[in-house]
Design a binder for this molecule. Sequence first.
Ligand code: FMN
Length: 169
Amino acid sequence: MKEAIIYDSLSGNTEILAKTIKSEKPNILFEKINNKTKENLKNIEIIYLGTPIIKGMCTEKIKELLESLEDKKIFLFVTAGYGISDEYYQNLRKRIVSIIPNSNEIIGSFFCQGKMPDAVKEKYISLIKEHPDDKNLKVSLENFEQAKTHPDENDKKRLLEEIKKINLT
Ligand SMILES: Cc1cc2nc3c(=O)[nH]c(=O)nc-3n(C[C@H](O)[C@H](O)[C@H](O)COP(=O)(O)O)c2cc1C
């Protein structure tokens, strides 16, 4: 089956995962999403599709592409700043899957944290100064620190393991 790796990435985290898949599948179409992507996917059957989470959703470009896909097998890989619980990832997954037309099949997915810009930390620190009793802000700051090293080697390994599990019927 013809395969492709398509991704969006604003600061490089999701691109790290895309390149990890490419390292295992060096000869397939590898493309950061652009205005030719839709056309380039015409004869592709399996798409490894990557996106960061921006404001609770995939990027606009990926959204537009996903909504247009028909009869593809899709493996989603996603980086998000927050990684507090599996439930968080499950909700994001549901939200993304809900925009994908039914003729497509989701053959797997992978989520991990991705580091965030320092400006985010500075914002939390100034908010904590204003609201010292706000526990959520402290959790957010902890989460920022936790995200700093991701995606890491273990994330890459887990991603490839998840891809190995794909069972095409
Ligand atoms: C404008 C903006 C909005 C973001 N919104 C969210 C969000 O709603 N939820 C989340 O978990 N992470 C959010 N993040 C963090 C990114 O999902 C995370 O850093 C991701 O790994 C970025 O991937 P990239 O480097 O491939 O763009 C946001 C980041 C930016 C820059």
